[in-house]
Design a protein around this ligand. Structure first.
Ligand SMILES: CC(C)(COP(=O)(O)OP(=O)(O)OC[C@H]1O[C@@H](n2cnc3c(N)ncnc32)[C@H](O)[C@@H]1OP(=O)(O)O)[C@@H](O)C(=O)NCCC(=O)NCCS
Length: 332
């Protein structure tokens, strides 16, 4: 790796790149010891990471290259696993990300399907249940430990697929397995910072006449009524719940899922969240007005209703030109 990082041939992308690579005794190790009667000799585990030393080199612009070797205060050298070194160093440095390479596309499940994302909790449950074996187990343990200790994301990607790193970092779905310390995707109450994302999501649907137009100002006033589905910092779904307390009624509105993320149950999850909020507010009848999504609602327990059944305030603002159909669901 050092020789590759030192390359500078004229006809290579490394021409004139002067990359300083530093290695050293930044990882202290301890012996694994004797396990089940077997002495592991010079096989060790990470004991401590010299964070100050590494940070100084990073400040100087060096690439710090740590081999899977560690030294002990007794003056011995130990052979470490690279997953252990990577995970521990990432955690000690409170790195933004840990990226590990493997021969497969990422981690595969029992049916040899790629596991795209796992929360640290799901990862540790799989490890505890003995569902991940061999090298995959080492990778997942390191990813999980790093996440539990404050690294937000750990990626396990292929060293064999050209472009796997770019795809992992710059596409929403990535190329390998992502282990994250936080909820990678969540449905939650919207905040003012989400307005830009909501507008981006709904504008194409407004242009197609599927959703009623809403200005940024309107969204700012109504943001408290919105829930959003957020995936890795991007808004991929939203819905609003308007409450008409005098009639114990509510309206589900501005309901949308990003085109690229449809047909994966997000609509159902958003609806479930809206229904839960509605029940919490004492709403007994949940209305939805739609021009093109009638069957989606009917398949989810909404019954055809009429404009006259709408709560008074909503009735007053009903746009007869749009001629939306009215559906209602009685919340148990
Ligand atoms: C309606 C919408 C929110 C559903 O989101 P989603 O994440 O795809 O929903 P789910 O994954 O839970 O459900 C997908 C199912 O709904 C069906 N569906 C999607 N749009 C539909 C429509 N307009 N009419 C009937 N069924 C529809 C899909 O075919 C799929 O069913 P299938 O797999 O059995 O074929 C999404 O399609 C959307 O944003 N549509 C445009 C905006 C819209 O119409 N909003 C409602 C205005 S009131």
């Amino acid at each position: 790796l050092e020789s590759r990082l030192s390359m500078g041939l004229v006809n290579s992308p490394m021409h004139n790149a002067r990359i300083r690579v530093s290695s050293g005794n930044y990882v202290a190790a301890r012996p694994v010891g004797v396990l089940d009667g077997i002495d592991f000799g010079h096989t060790g585990r990470v004991r401590r990471v010299d964070v100050g030393g590494i940070e100084k080199l990073l400040e100087l612009g060096h690439i710090v290259l740590l081999p899977p070797l560690g030294y002990s205060p007794t003056g011995d050298a130990f052979n470490l696993s690279y997953e252990d070194v990577g995970g521990q160093v990432a955690a000690a440095l409170q790195a933004e990300k840990l990226i590990m390479y493997t021969g497969n596309q990422g981690l595969l499940d029992d049916d040899s399907q790629l596991m795209r994302e796992l929360s640290a909790r799901q990862a540790s449950d799989r490890l505890a249940a003995g569902m991940v074996h061999g090298h995959d187990g080492d990778l997942l343990r390191a990813a999980c430990d790093a996440c539990v200790r404050g690294v937000r994301r750990a990626h396990i990607i292929s060293y064999a697929d050209d472009g796997a790193l770019l795809e992992e970092l710059f596409t929403r779905d990535g190329s390998g397995t992502l282990v994250s310390s936080d909820n990678y995707e969540q449905i939650r109450q919207a905040r003012v910072e989400d307005i830009g994302g909501i507008l981006e999501l709904i504008q194409p649907l407004e242009e197609q006449g599927v959703l009623v137009r809403r200005s940024r100002e309107m969204l700012e006033t109504e943001i408290g009524s919105f829930v959003v589905a957020e995936r890795d910092g991007t808004i991929v779904g939203c819905a609003a719940l308007y409450h008409y307390p005098d009639e114990s009624a509510g309206e589900l509105s501005c309901f949308a899922v990003d085109q690229a993320y449809r047909r994966a149950g997000r609509g159902d999850e958003i609806l479930a969240m809206i229904e839960k909020l509605a029940k919490g507010q004492g709403i007994q009848r949940l209305f939805a007005l739609t021009t093109q999504t009638e069957h989606w609602f009917r398949e989810r327990g909404f019954q055809p209703s009429t404009v006259r059944e709408l709560p008074g305030l909503k009735l007053a603002s009903y746009n007869s030109q749009r001629n939306s159909k009215v559906f209602v669901k009685v919340l148990a």
